[in-house]
Design a protein around this ligand. Sequence first.
Ligand SMILES: NC(=O)c1ccc[n+]([C@@H]2O[C@H](COP(=O)([O-])OP(=O)(O)OC[C@H]3O[C@@H](n4cnc5c(N)ncnc54)[C@H](O)[C@@H]3O)[C@@H](O)[C@H]2O)c1
Length: 253
Amino acid sequence: MVTGAASGIGRAGALLFAAAGAAVVALDRAPEVEDTAAQIRAAGGRALALVRDASAEQDISGAVALTIKEYGALDVCFANAGISGGLVPFFEETVEHWMQVLNINLIGTFLAAKYAALAMVERKRGSIICTASVAGLRSGAGGMPYSASKAGVISLVQTAANQLSGTGVRINAICPGLIESGMTRPIFEQARARGSERKIGQLNPLRRPGNPGEIAQTALFLASDASSYVNGQAIAVDGGLSTSHPIVIKHEK
Ligand SMILES: NC(=O)c1ccc[n+]([C@@H]2O[C@H](COP(=O)([O-])OP(=O)(O)OC[C@H]3O[C@@H](n4cnc5c(N)ncnc54)[C@H](O)[C@@H]3O)[C@@H](O)[C@H]2O)c1
């Protein structure tokens, strides 16, 4: 089951999981999630699209139940749906805006993790992967509620891994850096319009943005038995962005 599967990282994850042989339940509140499932089926895979709200408890519990009904079990949950919330200045932030961002990014991730884990513990196996962000590691990569929500996802993964002690169910987070997706499209479009595309991603040592497929590859690793001893971790996939404080590199290479 992949949430936020209509676009960006979630769609890339759903397609990659399917290519690796998984039957995929693609969930998103956007109807374009049907296209994700259609692409999987066109390639000969198995997929079901669900237009649902990832922050609504009944939608998530129902989606897990439907996954089990359709495919017999839930092996992997990629809890990935999220919104950026924009860059609202500190003193203009409101409770309503914080509630909206936390509700989708943090509570929604908690709901996916909870109902997925409930289904997985019976079988004593399963992998839950949550999309956090480098914004959850330190400031400078998103608005206040967004950054707090992603720090919350990292904490959720650490505490849930321990709450799931002895069950055989693993839970990890991925912390993407700057990835070209629906969420960041305005940044890329504005830079292209200004002719400054070359500057996008210049703050990381690889000096480029990432693409959703590069995050999906890490999700596939965490989904598979190749990561059988990786648990409770927040793995940055950011071109090296989070390894350094911001500095200007003087020498050109
Ligand atoms: N793009 C980046 O640079 C970047 C960096 C770090 C983390 N992330 C995280 O990656 C995840 C995926 O985002 P993306 O970059 O692919 O952006 P995206 O906008 O392309 O995809 C996000 C998807 O989540 C869906 N979604 C949002 N709220 C939902 C809800 N309540 N219920 C169901 N679906 C919902 C959207 O409809 C959309 O299809 C998010 O959690 C985001 O915070 C992105």
